[in-house]
Design a protein around this ligand. Structure first.
Ligand SMILES: [Zn+2]
Ligand SMILES: [Zn+2]
Length: 182
């Protein structure tokens, strides 16, 4: 659903978030809890029968297909608890982001996609996503992204940011750097 929003934003010359946007984003709970108005909170608690949850090896994370896939495989990995968007991530969130990536990789493998060099994982940098609940996009094969998807999920554009670059921006310090090659 956020893809449509992103597309609209991309078409109309993206602008920096206004002070109002910042203020409203700042009101989002940073972590924990349940927001009944948030579609990802409802999906994570199986309150959206139209969205099937895919297997996840972690109880606090869920995975499901993006309703507007930008590639043959397009999954979203989401914490069950409402967490704000990637802008609110700090170094203490490194473990959960790593686990989100693990869930994405296993879902790809369970769906018979094994070339982990040909995948794209990242977050939409606010305000280019309409859903504030933290979600990691998993797309594959990266080499088969269509024109629009290439734009929307362009590596390290200022609206889509891969985990490795976000780590750099946010001062993430990871020891297992080489365990995260993509
Ligand atoms: Zn939520
Ligand atoms: Zn998104």
């Amino acid at each position: 659903e956020c893809q449509a929003q992103v597309q609209a934003q991309v078409n109309s010359a993206p602008v920096r978030p206004s002070p109002n946007t910042e203020r409203s984003l700042g009101k989002e709970p940073a972590s924990g809890g349940y927001d009944g108005k948030c579609v990802f909170c409802r999906i994570a608690r199986r309150e959206e029968p139209g969205t099937a949850l895919l297997p996840s090896q972690y109880e606090d994370l869920v995975c499901f297909r993006d309703i507007r896939p930008g590639a043959p495989h397009h999954y979203l990995v989401v914490p069950v608890e409402h967490m704000g968007n990637c802008k609110t991530l700090k170094s203490e969130h490194v473990p959960i982001v790593k686990r989100m990536m693990e869930v994405g990789k296993s879902v790809l493998q369970k769906n018979n996609f094994s070339d982990l060099n040909d995948i794209r994982m990242g977050f939409h940098w606010p305000p280019f996503c309409s859903i504030s609940h933290l979600h990691l996009h998993i797309l594959a094969p990266a080499s088969q992204l269509g024109f629009l998807s290439r734009l929307i999920y362009r590596i390290n554009s200022y609206w889509f940011i891969t985990v490795s670059v976000m780590r750099f921006f946010r001062g993430f310090q990871l020891q297992a750097e080489n365990a995260m090659s993509f």
